[in-house]
Design a binder for this molecule. Sequence first.
Ligand code: ATP
Ligand code: MN
Length: 265
Amino acid sequence: MESSLARPSRLRKNERRYGRRRKDRDLIKSVEEVFDSFTLGHMRRLEWRGVIWELKGVISSGKEARVYWARSRNGEDLAVKIYLSATAEFRHGIRKYILGDPRFENIPKNNFRKLIYEWTRKEFRNLKRMYRAGVRVPKPIAFSGNVLVMDFIGEKGYRAPLLIEVVDELDNKEIEDIYKEIAYQLQKIVCGARLVHADLSEFNIMVWKGVPWIIDVSQAVEHTHPLAGEFLERDIANLTRFFSRYTDLDLADEMEAVRGCLLHE
Ligand code: ATP
Ligand code: MN
């Protein structure tokens, strides 16, 4: 008769820490989704590490990435962003964001998986750097391969609305407050984290508890990137154009101050 004491201690320790190893079907229980074997492997790794307990449902399904609502062991809501494929369009699209970045230069041309892993790592690092600089972004939690885990913005599995989705429900004062707050977040990104978001718009800002949250930071670049200035101008133009439809508030001085941080390297 086998006694549990006969088990290797490492296994017992893991069981104590994470509970009995569950079948994969538990992790992806309510998600009728077929992941490729690599993605599944990274999901399992994050499960073993005690990061993800249960995958609940799809929040967003885009061309390159899918975002899921998940739960941690303690029942906290998580957002899990999974890069699924490296289409030709994706490979072409990310080219200008990885110019001169040595991490990407060493990837063989046909190693699409490596490219996606590096892209995921880039998003995680950008998120961390912004989080540490006090930018209001989802807290980065972990990543493995093409899977990135962060705090969930929203509650009970309902994600917060994007700025574009909620703007019509806001009154003038709320819109102006959010605009000012976004300008402040932009300042923290550029002057504090010393990054340029490079895809900042009403589609990558969520509004939760009356304040803006910046998301989708994979393409953010350092100040030394050859196109950093161009990207910052585009971010500023996006915001200025969007808010000019709703308010006369002029934040040109604030934007100019942000530009100053990029110029004075
Ligand atoms: P897509 O190609 O689908 O636009 P994307 O690369 O733009 O993907 P994101 O913008 O990071 O990816 O995320 C897609 C969507 O998932 C967001 O618009 C938002 O609705 C939701 N989302 C992203 N991060 C979170 C989060 N931390 N909490 C809740 N919802 C999130
Ligand atoms: Mn996005």
